[in-house]
Design a protein around this ligand. Structure first.
Ligand code: PGA
Length: 253
């Protein structure tokens, strides 16, 4: 599957149960031209996935994803969900290594690596999320941190799997804070990430979409999207509003 850009990915986090999910799509779908331009992704909570599958019906232009998986396909892992289970429920994409997973739940780079592998093994698209904290940025170590997360997280990805692999750059200090990286700063980091991807995978890495995330809203999304190297947006809070998210999705050229 080749992923059309720009990618507009909504990460609902721990919001929108099945009832709210049905209400969201009732409002959102009529606002989204069919087929949507680029790729529209929604990652609801796993328990709302079935409601989302039913709500989108035959709209194959919307990709559903999950926000996290366990790295094992099955077994005695109470409370977890796996890639095959998510896929069977209707998800075709997985967010891996989101900063909330890393900073609240202590997910390590090595765990992210295993989760990327598990997603790809299940035939899903893996979105590896990377980003530095404010302290790291102020210490001049932003790219060093991002590079470390990238290097380990994508260690098991082969060049034949790049059509199922995306990167999302989300500076931790910009997530849910109302502070956004400037388009120039985001673009600069995206360029460094692209160089790292190409150093690892060669020229075929030129097509890996690199998304920006962190306080993206309808009023800053256009400038970010126009910045060189930004292949899409990963949107938390603003993806909960059907009208606002549809406005963002309409920014595809
Ligand atoms: P935010 O979240 O848009 O609410 O800052 C982005 C994310 O965490 O993916």
């Amino acid at each position: 599957m080749n992923i059309a850009t720009p990618v507009f990915a909504g990460n609902w986090k721990l919001n929108n149960g099945p009832t709210a999910t049905r209400a969201f799509f009732r409002d959102f779908l009529p606002r989204l031209p069919e087929p949507a331009s680029g790729t529209v992704v929604i990652c609801p909570p796993a328990l709302s996935l079935t409601a989302a599958v039913t709500a989108i019906g035959d709209r194959r232009d919307i990709v559903l994803g999950v926000q996290n998986i366990h790295w094992q396909p099955e077994g005695a892992f109470t409370g977890e969900i796996s890639a095959p289970l998510a896929r069977d429920t209707g998800a075709s994409l997985v967010l891996v290594g989101h900063s909330e997973r890393r900073h609240i739940f202590g997910e390590t780079d090595e765990e992210s690596r295993s989760k990327v592998r598990a997603a790809l093994d299940a035939g899903m698209i893996a979105v590896l999320c990377v980003g530095e904290t404010l302290v790291e940025r102020e210490a001049g170590r932003a790219f060093q941190m991002v590079e470390q997360q990238l290097a380990v997280g994508m260690e098991s990805v082969t060049s034949g799997e790049l059509d199922h692999f995306l990167v999302a750059y989300e500076p931790v200090w910009a997530i849910g804070t109302g502070r956004t990286a400037s388009p120039a700063d985001a673009s600069d980091m995206h360029g460094q990430i692209r160089d790292r991807l190409e150093a690892t995978f060669g020229p075929s890495a030129a097509d890996i979409p690199i998304l920006y995330g962190g306080s993206v809203k309808p009023d800053n999304a256009g400038d970010l999207l126009r910045a060189p190297g930004i292949g899409g947006l990963l949107i938390g809070g603003a993806s909960l509003d059907p009208a606002g998210f549809a406005d963002i999705c309409s920014l595809a050229p």
